[in-house]
Design a protein around this ligand. Structure first.
Ligand code: NDP
Length: 333
């Protein structure tokens, strides 16, 4: 069993007299900055001078460019997108680090694939929320917290673990339970979840249902437009994957448990597919493909996105979500 840390494992006194720079004031950065400030910790924000920077100022934080924020602080939370982190780190963070300081990542990606070139003289910590930024903030405010995967990747000072737990407490994750992990495990779990094909599985089911004569509206409501999925996700968490089946009709339970199984042959094919995804993550194939995409301005991704956005589902979905009054975005992403 992995070790799980709770509130009593972290001591906020360790952060007394320390200043923390939150580098990147986006989804995670804004939420973590607020939580740390509300925990009584001194926070400065580092960001490029744009809308996020102005938001940090409007939210009452002292904001600087990244290099200046690093110079003014002792512990540095790297909360910029993973794609820009190595370059930002090389250019603005590393030259201003002082031995004995700490850097903190919210994703193992750049460490797993060796993209982040950090010195041996600083602690390297991971606090990776299993939660989007809005949930990081609302979990803190509600007192329920949110779970994270945490680890000490490099213990240069000898005090890295106590520091990691103090920061975890300040960010609010110890209220929800922080699971001892490591960068490679975090990267594997995170990428596997993203790669196993959730959106395509839903779209495929929608297509087949419409092909079988269901109206697009009925198919959309069946799979995601009704909000039932949110309630299902909640009971998966509160009851457990198979215990939650008791909340469904017996016909539904039989269908899900018995009819929904793959045949032995299909099971082998599906497991082979999933293992190929794992291999591509572990062997660095995905990381290499993604790095090449970034270097060449995303040719594959943008083509696939264009195809996906041209699918008839998109217009049907927009019409229905508008009619139901639940659409929250203003325009296409
Ligand atoms: P966002 O894209 O939401 O925010 C990134 C922030 O960094 C923005 O404020 C952006 O400014 C700023 N930024 C971008 N480039 C630079 C740069 N070169 N120098 C300074 N600031 C810059 O990122 P996330 O919060 O989603 O992700 C941050 C980290 O958290 C990543 O490591 C991610 O993997 C991890 N994470 C994210 C989760 C999530 O739910 N989003 C969950 C768990 C972990 P601007 O807006 O102006 O571009």
């Amino acid at each position: 069993m992995a070790k799980i840390y709770f509130a009593e494992d972290g001591d906020l006194d360790i952060l007394k007299d320390k200043t923390i720079s939150v580098l990147g004031y986006g989804n995670q950065g804004a939420a973590q900055a607020h939580n740390l400030r509300d925990s009584g910790v001194e926070v400065v924000v580092g960001n490029t001078r744009d809308a996020s920077f102005e938001k940090a100022i409007a939210d009452g934080f002292a904001a600087y460019n990244v290099a200046e924020a690093v110079k003014r602080s002792d512990i540095h939370l790297l909360l910029v997108p993973d794609e820009v982190m190595p370059q930002m780190f090389k250019q603005d963070v590393a030259p201003n680090l002082v031995p004995g300081q700490a850097i903190v990542i919210a994703s193992g990606y750049n460490i797993t694939y060796g993209f982040l070139k950090y010195p041996a003289s600083v602690d390297v910590l991971m606090i990776a929320p299993r939660m989007i930024g809005t949930g990081v903030r609302s979990g803190y405010i509600s007192g329920k917290g949110f779970p994270s995967l945490v680890s000490v990747h490099q213990n240069a000072t000898g005090g890295a673990k106590a520091l990691m737990l103090a920061l975890s407490k300040g960010i609010g994750t110890l209220m929800g339970g922080a699971v001892e992990s490591n960068c490679d495990e975090e990267t594997l779990c995170d990428l596997f979840n993203e790669h196993f094909g959730y959106v395509y599985a839903l779209r495929r089911a929608y297509e087949v249902l419409v092909e079988a004569g269901a109206s697009p509206e009925a198919a959309l409501l069946e799979f995601w437009a009704s909000g039932e999925e949110m309630e299902l996700a909640r009971v998966h968490m509160t009851h457990g994957l198979f215990h939650q089946l008791n909340l469904h009709s017996q016909t539904s339970q039989y269908g899900q448990e018995v009819t929904g199984r793959l045949t032995a042959g299909e099971e082998i094919v599906e497991r082979d597919r999933l293992r190929r995804i794992i291999s591509n993550i572990k062997d660095g194939v995905f990381a290499k493909d993604w790095a090449l995409e970034q270097l060449s301005a995303f040719p594959v991704w943008h083509r696939v996105r264009r195809d996906n956005m041209a699918h008839p589902l998109i217009a049907e979905e927009e019409r229905l979500l508008r009619l139901l009054g639940v659409l929250e975005r203003d325009s296409e992403p």
